[in-house]
Ligand binder design. Structure first.
Ligand SMILES: [Mn+2]
Length: 347
């Protein structure tokens, strides 16, 4: 028997730089197409690994649209666990789920799927919870379903040894948005479904879902035809004006099914002001966002230690850079670059 496994659809997601309402409607439609695929292929079960919703409180339109996907695929039985974004006790949708959606409670529970059983557990209310599988041992031929981090925190803290000791033939996991197959100490696998569609530029590239065969637990990955996030790198080292940057950007043609952003790179010989918001406005047919990662070929630190406005400004920010978190470094470097340019151009 074959079944579909996916997770982390995050309906009701806040999309940055995009029309969130439209994108959420697209995601729900894409989810419907996974169910269409099941119908077409004679697949009767779809397992969902948590974080179906991005929030316990998605808006009514999103909830209604998701509800309709279940209703319009009444031959399919869906089984879901709740994740840290949509914990069971907080998410209203799960109080009154569609008829063909079984939601696992917040204690380990067994559900049957034709020739195999599924032991699943939902996150109840916490964003993090201890390993639920520790000391648990199942009966017969079964798989497990839960939402969390193997050897780490976030959702359930999952331990590879306790997952192996359940006796499961396969351990299905949600939470990590990238697909991953990990061998457990006893040689069985833990499988992260990953997300079936991207939600932003941290989820670039083709996505899909798993079709798993319960005879031998072999699986195939089926691509979804959702919008694909893609980053295009544009080297603008040869440019000395915005017009030249635009010439380069206009030559890049993202595909119809892509949501694209351009990342400007290169060392500028002659610095000029790059206003990414204005640039995006001009080129929004191709790119929804432009990111400036260029550096300047002149030394922005050369005035450090000097008793000048530029020198003092650089000193203050260099001091901040020394104590900065990795995530703040680029911001501080950008601030030095822009500040030095402004000071020099005001002379
Ligand atoms: Mn999660």
């Amino acid at each position: 028997m074959k079944f579909i496994f996916t997770a982390d659809t995050h309906f009701g997601c806040k999309f940055i730089n995009e029309n969130a309402d439209l994108r959420n409607r697209q995601l729900v439609m894409d989810f419907g197409r996974i169910a269409d695929y099941a119908d077409k292929s004679g697949i009767k079960y779809i397992l969902l690994g948590g974080d179906m919703f991005d929030t316990p409180y998605p808006n009514e339109n999103v909830k209604a649209a998701v509800y309709r996907v279940f209703e319009s695929h009444s031959d399919i039985r869906f089984m879901a666990v709740c994740g840290n974004h949509d914990p069971l006790s907080m998410t209203d949708f799960y109080n009154n789920p569609p008829e063909n959606l079984f939601v696992f409670p917040d204690s380990i529970t067994k559900a049957d799927m034709q020739d195999i059983s599924v032991y699943g557990i939902s996150l109840s209310d916490a964003f993090e919870a201890p390993d639920p599988w520790s000391g648990f041992c199942g009966d017969g031929k079964f798989i497990t379903l839960s939402h969390g981090t193997l050897s780490g925190k976030g959702g359930f803290s999952l331990n590879p040894s306790s997952l192996a000791q359940t006796g499961a033939a396969l351990s299905l996991l949600g939470h990590i948005h990238k697909t991953q197959s990990i061998f457990l100490p006893n040689g069985t696998r833990a499988l992260y479904a990953g997300t079936p569609f991207g939600h932003g530029f941290d989820e670039c590239g083709q996505k899909g879902f798993y079709v798993i065969d319960t005879d031998d637990f072999s699986y195939t990955y089926v691509n979804t035809d959702s919008k694909i996030y893609r980053e295009y790198t544009a080297d603008i080292s040869s440019c000395s004006s915005i017009a030249q940057v635009m010439d380069i950007l206009f030559k890049i043609k993202p595909q119809e099914n892509e949501i694209a952003r351009a990342v400007l790179v290169g060392k500028l010989k002659q610095p000029f002001d790059i206003d990414c918001d204005v640039l995006t406005e001009y080129i929004k047919e191709s790119f929804i966002q432009i990111k400036d990662e260029t550096t300047i070929d002149t030394d922005i630190f050369k005035s450090a230690g000097e008793n000048t406005l530029e020198g003092k400004f650089v000193d203050i920010l260099l001091h901040r850079l020394e104590n900065a978190q990795q995530s703040e470094r680029q911001q501080i470097l950008d601030a030095i670059k822009e500040g030095v340019l402004a000071i020099r151009s005001s002379k």
